[in-house]
Design a protein around this ligand. Structure first.
Ligand SMILES: [Cu+2]
Length: 152
């Protein structure tokens, strides 16, 4: 005798059919992505039309005064004791036989003008108010070629 127990499992498959296919959801899924590009590109396009640098014409601003300086062998003549602040043009004439120049100690010893014996040079320098030492930077000349200038 064989008894077969058949368990009948009633599986009630309840198909939950979607009630209607209304997929027209007006709300778009997901937040709008904020794309931040923090200065990864320089917007400052170099649109500067450089018209070429002319080393003979320094563009330091308007010249407020032109002085004429004569240099001889171990002397300066024509460097004033006072100058106005701003850009000064120096017309430099070397009437000596040696090389001479004008350097300014307070401006990192820049040489504004320089000329061999019998020659001349023109240069400009922009000075703010203060005291400046103009001197000849040729070795050995400074003790005799040094003038203190007050700019106001
Ligand atoms: Cu000198």
């Amino acid at each position: 005798m064989r008894r077969s127990l058949i368990a009948l499992t009633a599986v009630a498959a309840i198909g939950l059919a979607g009630c209607g296919g209304d997929d027209d959801d007006p709300v778009t899924d997901g937040p709008a992505e904020q794309v931040d590009e923090p200065d990864d590109a320089d917007p400052d396009e170099d649109a500067d039309p450089d018209p070429g640098d002319d080393p003979d014409e320094p563009d330091e601003g308007e010249i407020v005064e032109t002085i004429t300086v004569e240099a001889g062998d171990l002397y300066f003549e024509g460097i004033p004791e006072t100058l106005p602040a701003g850009t000064i043009e120096i017309e430099f004439e070397n009437v000596g036989e040696m090389l001479h120049d004008i350097a300014i100690e307070e401006l990192d010893d820049i040489v504004v003008v320089a000329a061999a014996g019998g020659e001349s040079d023109v240069g400009t320098v922009t000075l703010e108010p203060g005291e400046y030492t103009f001197y000849c930077a040729v070795p050995g000349h400074r003790p005799d070629m040094e003038v203190t200038v007050t700019v106001e």
